[in-house]
Design a protein around this ligand. Structure first.
Ligand code: ADP
Ligand code: MG
Length: 360
């Protein structure tokens, strides 16, 4: 069983800390995405798991065995892991079939076994028709499938992927996300998938670990990471969240730009500064006729605002509005909701979508 456990993993380069204490348990057969901005320590974490370097502190335990620690690190070839790099690293002078079978040949498997496994993996990765071509005769997506086939054919216990789709154009990237998930559902290798792309992580992962400054900020299924971000960093990084600054009035109420909002979250204490997150599409926006005072609608969770600008994007309208304290919010509205800049609007913010964030 290839349960991969990272325990207090730290990697320093001189005085710089690339990985700053990562603890994470990846169950056998799970696909976990390490998601975060460039430089947050994703590749370093993956290379530590692969055994290309030893940790400064902490341990990596796979299937109950310690594979990495500061004083003893099992080399990559002793780990039963396959890693796929951003550049596919195919052999240019070998055909697709030869590239894919290479890992089996160096393991000195017999001819019949090699043929059988090669045939099966070429079928699953839809490469049969391309078996005799050279990498230079393939599109980016086809090369990517060859690198996947080559990694999978050796039947690794653990599959490690570092931004495997970043060299592909947008359409193909989307298609390959589903492909990777389909192959995962078929083979169920324990998989660690590194990406900076939110939708890639959402499509492929069982669990997402959002990383920032060498640490895991939040770990959870995609729905939870999206629906219940715990920090401002996670809320902003996972698309389209507004951050509201306010002051707690009591356990459930926060004053924002002079209006009181009912919020979801616990442990609020009166008179403390609070940050809230709410998604652009969770706010509804309505024109205010006759200059009413929408902030005073009891229990309405309404904020008065003014339209600063709006853009028609076909399926939606993207609004920027200004609150009474001058702060700006983005709101995604239906396309037929057409209110001119300068007009007064009422924003309704459902209480269960006003999420209290932990202080950074
Ligand atoms: P990511 O893959 O998330 O973009 P990396 O793991 O590659 O991030 O890098 C994390 C941090 O460690 C970055 O600040 C990077 O500059 C630094 N770093 C990575 N490799 C080295 C190295 N060999 N020597 C010094 N610093 C490094
Ligand atoms: Mg990287």
């Amino acid at each position: 069983m290839a349960t991969v456990e990272l325990k207090g993993l730290v990697k320093r380069y001189g005085t710089a800390v690339a990985v700053a204490g990562v603890s994470l348990k990846i169950e056998h057969g799970q696909l976990v995405c390490l998601l975060g901005p460039s430089g947050c320590g994703k590749t370093t974490t993956l290379r530590l798991i692969a055994g290309f370097m030893e940790p400064s502190e902490g341990e990596i335990v796979v299937g109950g065995k310690v594979l990495s620690s500061p004083d003893r690190t099992v080399p990559p070839e002793g780990r039963n892991m396959s890693m796929i790099f951003q550049s596919y690293a195919l052999w240019p002078h070998m055909t697709v079939a030869e590239n894919v079978a290479y890992g089996l040949r160096i393991r000195k498997l017999d001819r019949a076994t090699i043929d059988r496994r090669l045939k099966a993996i070429l079928a699953t990765t839809r490469l049969e028709a391309l078996a005799d071509r050279y990498p230079g005769e393939l599109s980016g997506g086809q090369q990517q499938r060859v690198s996947l086939a080559r990694a999978l054919v050796v039947e690794p216990e653990t599959l490690l992927l570092d931004e495997p789709l970043s060299n592909l154009d947008a359409n193909l990237r989307e298609e390959m996300r589903f492909e990777i998930r389909r192959l995962h559902d078929q083979y169920r290798y324990t998989t660690v998938y590194v990406t900076h792309d939110q939708s890639e992580a959402m499509t492929t992962a069982d669990l997402i670990a959002v990383m920032n400054h060498g640490k895991v900020e939040q770990l959870g299924p995609p729905e939870e990471i999206y629906g219940a971000p715990r920090s401002e960093f996670v809320a902003r990084f996972i698309g389209g969240a507004n951050i509201l600054r306010g002051t707690a009035l009591d356990e459930r109420h926060v004053s924002v730009a002079g209006s009181s909002l009912v919020v979801s979250g616990d442990g609020l204490k009166g008179q403390r500064p609070v940050s809230l997150s709410i998604r652009q599409h969770e706010i509804t926006l309505a024109a205010v006729r006759g200059g009413g005072a929408p902030g005073n609608i009891p229990g309405g969770n309404v904020l008065p605002a003014t339209v600063a600008r709006q853009v028609f994007l076909g399926s939606v309208r993207d609004y920027t509005v200004t609150l009474a304290d001058g702060s700006e919010l983005r709101v995604t509205a239906p396309p037929d909701c057409n209110i001119a800049p300068g007009e007064a609007v009422a924003l309704t913010l459902p209480a269960d979508r006003c999420r209290v964030l932990a202080e950074d």
